[in-house]
Design a protein around this ligand. Structure first.
Ligand SMILES: C[S@@+](CC[C@H](N)C(=O)[O-])C[C@H]1O[C@@H](n2cnc3c(N)ncnc32)[C@H](O)[C@@H]1O
Length: 331
């Protein structure tokens, strides 16, 4: 994929034709309402935010005045990595909960403009939900607040969740606890509704829960270091999910850039995969082009084992937003 002079990725045709796209879809608690003029308007449950979006280099569907009427919070950038949230509506919460199916997530306004979920990843949550089976071993690297880990664990997989930032591991663990508590409440409600055999019904429902979500292995470590150690130990996985940031920090705060580690990440992941296992790799870095992704993955996977796509999200106003590159491979 080409980049313009600002380093922004642009949609284009390759020699082999149009680059395939996969779309993340809205769900009851999230929708990308509109995008344009370098910003996006999103609804997270009852809370509506405006955030900067470098890829929204087109005209929005609605006016900025309409956006302001709807939004509770707007993120104002102070630097390329940090900023502040401007309150637009009185009494708007700074922390709140949303659901994705039976999974619950705590959201909050961070100074890095994120709120705790990358909604375009819904495309991968769908894939994981369809593909992961009971007892399979799944490794989630750069695992953030745990959405992919919870989707896999909800399918009763054995999940290792790796992130080098302690606060992220805590946030993901809280999401697991919120989800388990929500499921327990559902069991109580189901029992309460039943006229006969309520206790047995609640007990049976509750019995299934701990196996479902607790038991995720939380690993506070550099993703590549952990993966390389797993390789040395001879451990294998049925699915590997990687959502590395453009730049990251190790546990001791050491800096790294994705373009320097891409090849090592794919090589290590390949070594850890059982035959038939899947790999999901997302990249957001303008320095990692689709062609780089294809070339790195092509060293290990044959063309018929690979899917290389762009990830997009539709807006309610009929626009489409490019959200990064996506590689899926089956060994
Ligand atoms: C882009 S986010 C992942 C988003 C996530 N996949 C999702 O959609 O929910 C990147 C995550 O990688 C973590 N991270 C950054 N550098 C890391 C490293 N060297 N090793 C492990 N995790 C790292 C960050 O703490 C952050 O949680």
């Amino acid at each position: 994929m080409a980049a313009n002079e600002n380093g922004d990725c642009m949609n284009e045709e390759t020699q082999t034709g149009i680059i395939p796209r996969e779309y993340g879809q809205p769900w009851p608690d999230y929708e990308l309402l509109d995008a344009g003029d370098g910003k996006k308007l999103e609804r997270w449950g009852k809370v509506i935010t405006i955030r900067p979006e470098i890829q929204a280099n087109f005209k929005p569907g609605w006016s900025y005045a309409q956006w302001q009427d709807m939004a509770h919070w707007e993120f104002e950038e102070q630097s390329s990595t940090q900023g502040n949230w401007k309150n637009i509506k009185p009494h708007a919460p700074e922390q709140w909960l949303i659901s994705y199916g039976n999974l619950n997530f705590g959201l909050k306004l961070t100074k890095f403009k994120h709120v705790g979920l990358f909604p375009e990843q819904q495309a991968n949550w769908r894939f994981i939900k369809e593909r992961v089976n009971v007892g399979q071993k799944i490794l989630n690297l750069f695992a953030y607040t745990g959405a992919a880990s919870l989707v896999a664990r909800d399918n009763e997989a054995e999940v290792a969740h790796v992130d080098s930032v302690r606060q992220m591991i805590t946030w993901a663990n809280e999401n697991m606890e919120r989800t388990t508590a929500g499921m327990q409440d559902d069991c109580m409600d189901a029992g309460g509704r039943a006229t006969q055999g309520a206790v047995a019904e609640v007990e049976q429902c509750m019995e299934q829960l701990p196996r479902n979500l607790s038991g995720i292995k939380w690993v506070l470590e550099d993703a590549l270091k952990f993966a390389q150690r797993e390789l040395k130990r001879g451990n294998k996985y049925d699915g590997i999910i990687m959502d590395p940031p453009a730049w990251g920090l190790g546990v001791k705060g050491e800096k790294w850039k994705l373009e320097n580690h891409l090849s090592g990440l794919i090589e290590t992941a390949y070594g850890l995969m059982n035959p038939g296992a899947f790999l999901i790799l997302n990249t957001y870095s303008p320095k990692v082009e689709l062609a780089d992704l294809a070339a790195s993955a092509g060293q290990y996977f044959s063309a018929n084992q690979l899917e290389i796509k762009q990830l997009w999200m539709p807006t309610k106003t009929g626009k489409e937003l490019y959200c990064g590159n996506l590689l899926r491979a089956i060994k």
